[in-house]
Design a protein around this ligand. Structure first.
Ligand code: GAR
Length: 195
């Protein structure tokens, strides 16, 4: 963390991704605004082909591909990098790996995730298909703390949108993603203010 202008604290963030990285992109874009209270210092992917890595590369943000199946290497490498960069918050953004238990202990209250549903409804995958199948009237997006149970930690921010009769999983996906891009930076700032 570094102090600017004597009154604005800027916190260092790590973002974990697995694929497209559109949320990573919106988090980075927001960090470049004057009023932002964070900067993205590290991007970690479990997938070397993750498209999102290009957003980090373009901005010169340190990015690493880590094989999460090799757990001993994982502990050393990730913890080393998180410490080196003085990371205060880890944001999972489309990160499709379950982190090992020791990780939650080490970073208790310092890992957050975004999920494209109104949790506790529709944990896991294929959320939009299930929303349409069940004829839900509303869906949305949730940002929550991560604990060792899937999509179950304390909710930080949740917003909903209406599901129309003509909506399909694809149209809902687009609308929810647009909402995600606005909400994730907002939730990050909220968490950091209370650190
Ligand atoms: C987002 O919709 C995010 O909510 C979802 O994956 C997508 C990643 O998109 N995450 C989960 O489903 C986690 N359970 P992105 O790579 O373009 O940010």
């Amino acid at each position: 963390m570094k102090k600017l202008n004597g009154n604005l604290n800027i916190f260092n963030l790590a973002v974990f991704i697995s694929g497209r990285g559109s949320n990573l992109n919106s988090i980075i874009k927001h960090s470049l605004k004057k009023k932002s209270n964070y900067q993205v210092k590290l991007v970690i992917s479990n997938n070397k082909n993750a498209k999102g890595l290009t957003f980090a590369k373009k901005k010169g943000i340190k990015n690493l591909v880590i094989d999460f199946t090799k757990s001993k290497q994982l502990i050393k490498k990730i913890i080393l990098e998180l410490n080196k960069k003085d990371i205060k918050l880890i944001c999972l953004a489309g990160f499709m790996k379950i982190l090992p238990g020791y990780f939650f202990k080490l970073y208790n209250g310092k890992i957050i995730n975004i999920h494209p549903s109104l949790l506790p409804k529709y944990k896991g995958l294929r959320t939009h298909e299930r929303v349409i199948l069940n004829k839900e009237k509303f869906t949305g997006c949730t940002i929550h703390y991560v604990n060792r149970y899937l999509d179950s930690g304390k909710i930080i921010l949740q917003k909903k949108i209406k599901v129309k009769k003509i909506d399909t999983p694809e149209t809902i996906k687009k609308k929810v993603l647009k909402l995600e891009h606005k909400m994730y930076p907002e939730a990050i700032e909220k968490v950091l203010i209370n650190l």
